[in-house]
Design a protein around this ligand. Structure first.
Ligand SMILES: Cc1cc2nc3c(=O)[nH]c(=O)nc-3n(C[C@H](O)[C@H](O)[C@H](O)COP(=O)(O)OP(=O)(O)OC[C@H]3O[C@@H](n4cnc5c(N)ncnc54)[C@H](O)[C@@H]3O)c2cc1C
Ligand SMILES: *[C@@H]1O[C@H](CO)[C@@H](O)[C@H](O)[C@H]1NC(C)=O
Ligand SMILES: *[C@@H]1O[C@H](CO)[C@@H](O)[C@H](O)[C@H]1NC(C)=O
Ligand SMILES: *[C@@H]1O[C@H](CO)[C@@H](O)[C@H](O)[C@H]1NC(C)=O
Ligand SMILES: *[C@@H]1O[C@H](CO)[C@@H](O)[C@H](O)[C@H]1NC(C)=O
Ligand SMILES: *[C@@H]1O[C@H](CO)[C@@H](O)[C@H](O)[C@H]1NC(C)=O
Ligand SMILES: *[C@@H]1O[C@H](CO)[C@@H](O)[C@H](O)[C@H]1NC(C)=O
Length: 590
């Protein structure tokens, strides 16, 4: 048959999910599995962030020898990462910033927003080094209970997942005992910091308006019982009472000091590939280690000097490899290893070892939309405010699907110089509307087969089946938050002007356009998602295992099938704790 026919056939067979030609070609390229009994490490974890960190320390505490490979450095002495008030500076800090660029919409959409900065950070702790410390386990019922149903596994239930909070938390704002909280773990949590009794009259006026509008107060937004459809909550943070940052890096440091012989964190080291072996053997493809390049940087890292001819070193693991590079790097590492969509890999000249079209698809995120005003004078309270305001845009959801937080400076999304903008706009009140569920499904794709090639990231915001509902919900939110200020004469006497959206933006159409032009978020997830057997888009099974490969799991924000809550760090810690349980239990069965 002629070449064209052959190519067509190959494409057709792939579309049918067969990918025979490619898969066998990839597997032929696989070597026989080398012996691993002499390997130095039991487990290798790639990435020391919100997902990788807990898995690593739990395995160490269970007696295993663990290597963590992290492209960033130890930032424990970096002043920007020390406390909440420094977090604006941390987001701007070039030493830890991974300077990703994303496109918000497909190229034929009527609004174009391309090359938008999407902050992430590298280092021991990953993004928990620069995040805003917001902590809560709200709005997780549907996600966790759906997983329990999908996998017929009650350990995923919302109720069971709360147990992991109990085991890791060191709660400083409630009195023990409390069935939903822990008091002697490592994750210090506080509530506050501000209340509306501040002596600043413009702040008092706003606080009164907010309280009157929001409805009943929920004291504990991290309780396991669903929140009421409307109300306000006292916000919570992972930090000490003085807002010193607390995150997984602290626990890793403590465990490293306790078990120096068991935990090795190799910093400034880029994992370039998961080592796979086995091929057509009876038990199939297996992960047996990772290839790393010491000193090599991601192309988004500061100081990147162009692609290099990487000197790769192979490190073997006795038991498993756990990929935890975050929602952008995890799919890249899988694809570079030959695990991904056959057609995309073939285009880049990469062999397909396991055809998993879900890798790098299903990029999800919260949606956040700011509304902001200039007031007559500077606010004198701390910049972040102690209350959140909830509402359900959709009366069929179990929990409120929107919440709003306030900041007393301009926070209109991410732009370099954000710390300077924040410091210079203390007369600004921003209300940020954050939507929990979002139906947008974007993608992360490779632009080349080299580990230092950049990524093509598109959020495909609002392009999914529920995009219209998402926009409408956000629009109603914007109207509500605006009204709290604009319809209240007490507050308005202190307001110089509404800056954004601006008073000329009143019709539904114009507000929707405003949303399209201003929506942002920084909780990327779901690009190597769990899903049921038989779902061709499922990358992982319910035990975090990469489908079609033994001894390989993904445990980070990419593992989740959908946006999980409003603030993903603590929910991810819970998920990673569960993953550690699953891994440790599996070793006992072996
Ligand atoms: C500006 C900002 C503010 C935020 N604020 C909050 C908040 O207030 N509350 C909240 O709950 N969440 C917040 N988040 C989100 C939260 O921090 C992240 O969702 C979470 O840290 C994701 O965890 P992860 O393990 O998936 O990835 P990460 O934490 O990003 O960890 C991944 C790690 O892997 C490393 N890595 C990647 N690829 C490789 C490789 N090939 N080789 C070696 N190492 C590699 C990276 O350097 C990184 O350290 C915020 C995020 C941002 C960006
Ligand atoms: C927070 O850290 C900064 C350094 O970034 C420091 O100047 C400041 O004093 C710290 N604030 C508190 C309350 O500790
Ligand atoms: C679900 O799990 C329970 C017990 O764990 C079992 O009895 C039941 O058969 C399972 N259901 C399905 C559909 O697999
Ligand atoms: C709120 O602030 C006032 C005035 O600063 C203070 O007296 C009060 O204790 C604070 N209340 C809480 C619950 O923190
Ligand atoms: C208000 O804060 C800004 C910095 O944000 C400062 O430059 C200015 O002097 C302050 N104004 C007053 C009246 O305190
Ligand atoms: C409300 O939620 C349901 C179930 O998730 C969904 O089918 C419906 O489209 C949503 N309606 C609106 C207006 O968002
Ligand atoms: C509102 O005014 C601003 C500033 O002049 C302008 O950029 C924007 O396009 C206007 N929007 C509408 C809907 O008129």
């Amino acid at each position: 048959m002629c070449l064209l026919q052959f190519v067509l056939l190959a494409v057709l067979s792939t579309r049918l999910g067969v990918a025979v030609a490619a898969a066998s070609q990839g597997q032929d390229a696989l070597q026989k599995c080398p012996p691993v009994s002499d390997a130095e490490y039991d487990y290798i974890v790639v990435g020391a962030g919100g997902g990788g960190g807990p898995v690593a320390y739990r395995l160490v505490e269970s007696g295993f020898k663990v290597l963590v490979v992290e492209t960033g450095k130890d930032e424990s002495q970096n002043p920007t990462t020390l406390n909440l008030s420094g977090s604006w500076a941390a987001m701007d800090d070039p030493t830890i910033d991974l300077d990703y660029r994303v496109n918000e919409y497909p190229s034929d959409f009527h609004v174009q927003r391309n090359d938008i900065w999407y902050p992430r950070s590298a280092g021991i702790g990953g993004c928990t080094l620069h995040n805003a410390l917001s902590h809560s386990t709200e709005n997780l019922h549907e996600t966790f209970d759906n997983l329990a149903r999908t996998f017929n596994d009650s350990s995923w239930s919302r109720e069971n997942m709360q147990k992991y909070l109990v085991s890791i938390e060191r709660n400083l704002f409630l009195t023990p005992p409390n069935p939903d909280h822990g008091f002697d773990g490592w994750l210090t949590t506080v509530r506050g910091p501000v209340n509306f009794s501040s002596t600043d009259p413009q702040w008092q006026a706003f606080g009164t308006a907010w309280i009157n509008e929001a409805g009943p107060l929920v004291e504990d937004i991290s309780r396991s019982e669903p929140l009421p459809p409307r109300g306000r909550g006292l916000r919570q943070w992972t930090g000490e009472p003085d807002f010193t940052r607390v995150g997984v890096r602290d626990k890793l440091a403590e465990v490293a000091a306790r078990y120096p012989e068991r935990l090795t964190i190799m910093t400034d080291t880029l994992a370039t590939r998961v080592l796979l072996c086995g091929g057509k053997e009876r038990r199939g493809t297996k992960a047996y280690g990772v290839a790393v390049a010491q000193g090599a940087k991601l192309p988004v890292a500061q100081g990147f000097k162009g692609k290099e001819d990487l000197q790769e070193k192979r490190i073997v693991a006795k038991r498993e490899v756990i990929v935890a590079g975050g929602a952008f790097q995890t799919p890249q590492l899988l694809m570079l290893s030959g695990i991904g969509d056959f057609e995309q890999l073939r285009e880049l000249g990469l062999p397909t070892i396991v055809d998993l079209p879900g890798v790098g698809s299903n990029l999800q995120d919260n949606d956040e939309v700011p509304v902001w005003w200039e007031f007559n004078t500077n606010f004198t309270n701390p910049t972040s405010v102690g209350e959140a305001f909830y509402m359900s845009a959709n009366s069929t959801t179990l929990e409120p699907d929107m919440n709003a937080y306030t900041v007393t400076n301009q926070f209109s999304g991410f732009q370099h110089g954000i710390s300077i903008i924040a410091a210079n706009t203390r007369n600004v009140l921003t209300i940020v509307n954050i939507r929990g569920p979002s139906t947008s499904q974007g993608y992360v794709r490779l632009t080349g087969a080299h580990p230092q090639d950049g990524l093509d990231i598109n959020k495909m915001r609002f392009q999914g089946h529920g995009g219209r509902e998402d926009i409408v919900a956000l629009r109603e939110g914007v109207k509500r938050w605006r009204a709290v200020v604009n319809d209240n004469a007490e507050v308005m006497q202190y307001v110089r002007r509404e800056v954004s959206p601006g008073l000329n933006v009143t019709s539904d159409e114009d507000i929707e356009e405003y949303i399209l032009k201003n929506v942002f978020a920084h909780h990327a997830c779901c690009t190597a998602a769990m899903g049921p057997d038989g779902d061709s888009q499922a990358v992982l099974d319910g035990d975090f295992k990469v489908r079609g490969v033994r001894n390989l799991r993904v445990v980070d924000a990419s593992s989740m099938p959908e946006v999980f809550g409003y603030f993903p760090t603590t929910p991810l810690y819970l998920v990673a704790e569960k993953a550690a349980d699953v891994i440790i239990k599996a070793t006992k069965r072996k």
